[in-house]
Ligand binder design. Structure first.
Ligand code: SPV
Ligand code: MG
Length: 436
């Protein structure tokens, strides 16, 4: 068969094209008619970073490059769907995926090519310093306040469900930013970070009673922002006095935070997971609506979320009360609702979601499944939830690990036995690479 009729497939995600890309495209096009599978925005965001250029724009760029016959979407990091559909004679890739994160993807490509006699062609990967610098500057762009703030809204438009992981320091921010897993050809990352009042207080050895002042909370946010790019949802506790809240919400907006969640409690706030075991008072609907309205009026941009958190189920005030409040809060200016529960059984959360969604199909719904933790993200999405917050898991996992090491050193009166519980010195020294 004439080589000209052979077909070639390559996958692309990049929003920055450099000489290395055009050169591999040129080589691939020499092998036959070249189809590019362009990773969708959702996939790019789930394994690399949020794409600076949207899917359509990235397609346009690739389409205009000589040698590219057509560009089609690739909807997972796995090539399986497109390869089985197109059965290209060749798949072309740089040799940078022979080891590392993408190795299982490569292994799967090889298996699928074997099914019909296709061939993998790998060209040496060209490290391009300029590109790496560009990539770094894209990341820096993503961390700028205006860009970061709007990202939560973009994610909500892009995905049925957005996830947020608790972060309370630079290092926990980096875990939320960078942790990636590859499962069944799909990549998963957290979309956003939750700056929890419980975890921020705990990290400072203080109780979660709205004791940390705003400057302290903002310092934590700033520390996280300094080393990450993902959007931040901050736990605003009760929001404090309305007269103060209107200033604080604007500060958060200006800093590039994407959302604040304030709860409808008054007086000395205690953590919701105590439920009715401690004295907690819920605000009146009128007062809380006034706080929400004032907060909303203080905002300057259209992409910031003021999310109202309803404590009726926590305080055993009933479903009707929770729903009445939800609709009133949306009317008053909340552009998101968080419903909280401390029951293991998700029934009351599901009932709320169904009844809320029956009347309001668009306002984002947020849940914090610390207690009802058996529910999967897909189940939440099916019930109309838009944001799932894993509110305290890095704090709850880090603390027992550290305590165990401290006890082991004390018991043995030396550090040898504790060493196997610790990261190696080499790992800790290189954990945070220098990027400047
Ligand atoms: C927090 O993380 O501080 C919260 C969520 O407010 S909860 O602890 O469940 O009340
Ligand atoms: Mg809190």
């Amino acid at each position: 068969m004439n080589d000209y009729k052979k077909t070639v497939y390559m996958c692309f995600s990049t929003d920055v094209i450099h000489g290395g890309h055009t050169s591999i495209i040129e080589k691939a096009a020499k092998l036959g008619e070249l189809t590019i599978g362009m990773l969708t925005d959702e996939v790019v965001a789930s394994y690399r970073r949020f794409p600076v250029l949207k899917y359509d724009e990235r397609v346009k760029i690739l389409q205009s490059i000589k040698g590219v016959s057509r560009v089609i979407p690739q909807r997972t990091l796995s090539y399986a769907e497109n390869l089985r559909m197109l059965k290209p004679d060749y798949v072309v890739h740089g040799d940078n995926w022979v080891t590392g994160f993408q190795k299982p993807i490569r292994d799967e490509v090889i298996e699928i090519l074997k099914e019909y006699g296709g061939q993998l062609v790998e060209f040496p990967y060209s490290h391009n310093e300029q590109y790496e610098r560009l990539e770094l500057s894209q990341r820096e762009q993503l961390s700028m306040p205006d860009v970061r703030r709007g990202r939560l809204k973009q994610l909500l438009e892009m995905k049925p469900l957005v996830t947020a992981l608790e972060a309370h320091s630079g290092i926990t921010g980096l875990i939320a930013e960078k942790t990636t897993v590859l499962k069944d050809g799909k990549t998963y990352q957290f979309d956003a970070m939750w700056c929890s009042s419980l975890c921020d207080s705990t990290a400072r050895g203080k109780p979660d009673i709205e004791l940390l002042d705003m400057s302290t909370r903002l310092r934590t946010v700033d520390e996280i922002m300094d080393v990450t790019t993902k959007p931040i949802i901050i736990d605003g506790d009760t929001g404090g006095l309305t007269e103060h809240f209107v200033y604080n919400i604007r500060t958060l907006e200006r800093m590039g935070v994407s959302a604040v969640i304030i709860e409808d409690k008054t007086g000395l706030k205690k953590n919701s997971l105590f439920g009715t075991e401690v004295e907690q008072t819920q605000d009146t609907i009128e007062n809380f609506c006034a706080k929400l309205a004032a907060g909303r009026a203080a905002l300057k941009t259209k992409d910031f979320f003021l999310i109202a958190r309803i404590e009726s189920l926590i305080l055993e005030k009933g479903m009707e009360d929770a729903l009445t409040r939800a609709f009133a809060y949306v009317n008053a200016g909340a552009n998101g609702i968080m419903i909280h529960s401390r029951k293991k059984d998700p029934a009351e959360i599901f009932e709320f979601c169904a009844k809320f969604r029956a009347k309001d199909s668009s306002t984002p719904l947020v849940v914090v499944p610390t207690s009802f933790n058996s529910v999967t993200e897909d189940e939440f999405a099916e019930r109309g939830v838009n944001i799932v917050i894993y509110a305290n898991h890095l704090t709850r996992s880090g603390f027992p690990a550290m305590k165990k090491v401290a006890e082991t050193i004390l018991k043995n009166r030396r550090a040898l036995e504790a060493d196997k519980m610790c990261m190696s010195i080499k790992e800790i020294l290189t954990l945070i690479p220098e990027e400047y």
